[in-house]
Design a protein around this ligand. Sequence first.
Ligand code: MN
Length: 283
Amino acid sequence: MIGPWCFLDHYGPTEVNSTRSRMNVPPHPHMGLQTVTWLFSGDVEHRDSLGTVQEIHPGQLNLMTAGHGIAHSEVSAETTRVMHGVQLWVALPEASRHGAAAFEHRADLPVVDLAGHAGRPGGRAIVIMGSLAGATSPATAFSPLVGAEIQLPAGAAVAVPVEPDFEHGVLVDTGDGVTVDGAAAPMSALVYAGPGRSSIALEAPGDAAARLLLLGGAPFGEDILMWWNFVGRSHEEVVAAREQWQAGLVTGGGRFGRVDGYDGPPLPAPELPKVRLVPRSQR
Ligand code: MN
């Protein structure tokens, strides 16, 4: 984990040239987490069991707070030619994880300039969650965290100001030759930076622009248990959630609700492994 960030799926760029290569995720449940949908390219239609139908485009945020339980589907739009983005999960702390489900779409995220130094170009950041460089995202958060897309033109050198109490990760999406704190960071690398610093130095190579994702937060302090689409604390809790999802496949409702308007059946849960699930330690 990096702060409360507990899952990062970095996908694409993938050309969408047939129905087979579309993004098409049938209705499935979540609990105990927020899903953060962030696109670099492509358009995705989200539907959930609250009745939400929301298309999302690059530069916008779809934030779904699962709380006690929700179900959703995600399908790439007909217009999509290239799918490229990240799917992130934020673990909810004990005080918030049993709460009501919610969904929010944000097309008004703040953008901040990052000054260049040593005579080199600066960059800019879109603040997705939390605060960065004096700007704060309107998105709802339940523990101290930050998430931002950072865009650096060729040759840029910036020192991104960060919370000393946070730990951070920097994902390099594009930009062959990027450095993080002076060390080479290949594309798709996730570079970890521990607490106790006030900035992170990022540099783009002289011949290519770079795009990075900054994730951070206060160390989470709770041992979580992740299985399939659930974040819980105990084996019994995950077993119960799985059973309630499977029961809802028959009754068409229940704890996680029903997603209307998706063309196809919901996703059955996989079998549980024949072992007792245990939380992963933060230490
Ligand atoms: Mn999902």
